[in-house]
Design a protein around this ligand. Structure first.
Ligand SMILES: [Zn+2]
Length: 86
């Protein structure tokens, strides 16, 4: 199986996808991918309690309008949280 590669946001090289997560304040989890070349971290997403419960809800929802709505809401919240964190 081919390795999953991603382009590092810091050095721009292709690197195997090594992901990790860190617990931050206020029960926020920071999910990142770490570059094998420069060890820079690229943000995948931040999630708080609310976002994580929405993600579970989304997983348990059948495809359809409601699921789409959940996906949009999750994306919105993730974007907002990321702006707050960075
Ligand atoms: Zn890099």
């Amino acid at each position: 199986m081919a390795e999953q590669l991603f382009e590092c946001g810091k050095c721009g090289q292709l690197t195997p996808l090594i992901t990790g997560s860190v617990w931050m304040e206020n029960e926020i989890i920071y999910e990142f991918a770490e570059c094998e070349k420069c060890h820079g971290k690229t943000t995948i997403f931040y999630s708080d309690k609310e976002i994580r419960s929405l993600l579970i809800k989304q997983k348990n929802t059948k495809p359809g309008n409601y699921r789409e709505k959940l996906a949009t809401e999750i994306q919105d919240r993730m974007n907002r949280l990321r702006q707050e964190m960075e």
